[in-house]
Design a protein around this ligand. Structure first.
Ligand SMILES: NC(=O)c1ccc[n+]([C@@H]2O[C@H](COP(=O)([O-])OP(=O)(O)OC[C@H]3O[C@@H](n4cnc5c(N)ncnc54)[C@H](OP(=O)(O)O)[C@@H]3O)[C@@H](O)[C@H]2O)c1
Length: 271
């Protein structure tokens, strides 16, 4: 299925993530007249995007009927938003929520439908290089195809058969870009400690991660092989990796970080 043929889509919450998705849909072929953006206080980028493509931008979902409703509001306002949009949701509506920590059960109870998919994207969606984890326990294969078409506009999609897996997805790929950005910051600090100017230190660190990511994307070999390709025996990289791969090295640290994120995700889901 492609975006030209999925029919009308209503996006509730056209903020950072919602707008990133909407941009991907329009770029991917969703006709502008098949999209409605709902946002009570749209920010300038959203207003400009709607104006540029002639997309309807409204402040309330009242009176809107659609086949596909995408919810991209903050979790804190989801209850209120569900109450607002519930009259517009019926058995004909497929709902896709990307709100962190809002369970399928909460969505089904709030919208009186089980035709719901919960997904966890990440911010590289803004440049079409995201990865999204998705779970839909009571949706058809056709519904999944619609969701795939929508989410693939932002990058890759991975389906799971248990909702609990989304806490792990949140901890790995949802929050993951921040871990990588922090690594760039740490590398830049280390560079400054070795006497490099701050600007040069940041440029070296930043472009190293951009370049490594691009190389990883272009080269299908296992990541461990890419790492070994940089590491000559007894060389400089080997010296650094001995530290990073030591008993209290990066693996342990990342393991603890991901565990903390997963536990926080579970906790948010219970709030
Ligand atoms: N950013 C990420 O990395 C990421 C990753 C995975 C999932 N998510 C999820 O994506 C969702 C959106 O996150 P975000 O970063 O895009 O947040 P955001 O930029 O704040 O976007 C949310 C948008 O929804 C609007 N909104 C608030 N109340 C509304 C209502 N009643 N009806 C329609 N729209 C309403 C907000 O307007 P106001 O600004 O006026 O409140 C805002 O424009 C969150 O649930 C988050 O958990 C985000």
């Amino acid at each position: 299925m492609n975006l030209e043929e999925i029919g009308p889509v209503v996006l509730v919450g056209a903020g950072k993530m919602g707008l990133a998705l909407a941009r991907g849909w329009v770029a991917g072929g969703l006709p502008a007249n098949q999209l409605v953006l709902v946002d009570p206080k749209p920010l300038e980028p959203t207003v400009a995007f709607a104006r540029e493509h002639g997309i309807r931008l409204v402040t309330t979902p009242l009176g809107i009927l659609t086949h596909v409703m995408v919810l991209a509001v903050k979790p804190q306002v989801m209850k209120q938003v569900m109450a607002e949009i519930q009259p517009a949701v019926g058995p004909h509506t497929l709902v896709l929520s990307i709100a962190a920590g809002i369970s399928l059960k909460i969505l089904a109870n709030g919208l009186f439908t089980e035709r719901v998919v919960r997904a966890m994207p990440n911010t590289p969606a803004q440049v079409g290089k995201g990865i999204t984890g998705a779970v839909g326990l009571h949706v058809t294969e056709g519904d999944r195809e619609v969701v795939n078409a929508l989410l693939q506009a932002a990058g890759a999609v991975m389906w799971f058969d248990a909702e609990s897996k989304l806490d792990a997805v949140t901890a790995v790929s949802g929050s993951g870009p921040a871990y990588v950005f922090y690594m760039v910051e740490a590398l830049a600090v280390a560079a400054m400690r070795q006497g490099l100017e701050p600007g040069q230190a940041m440029q070296l660190a930043r472009q190293t991660v951009v370049g490594a990511a691009a190389l990883m994307e272009a080269d299908p070999q296992p990541v461990s092989v890419l790492r070994e390709n940089v590491t000559s025996p007894k060389g400089t990289t080997a010296a650094a990796l001995q530290v990073l791969m030591g008993p209290d090295g990066l693996e342990r640290l990342i393991d603890r970080a991901v565990l903390a994120a997963r536990m926080r995700s579970e906790e948010l889901g219970r709030e």
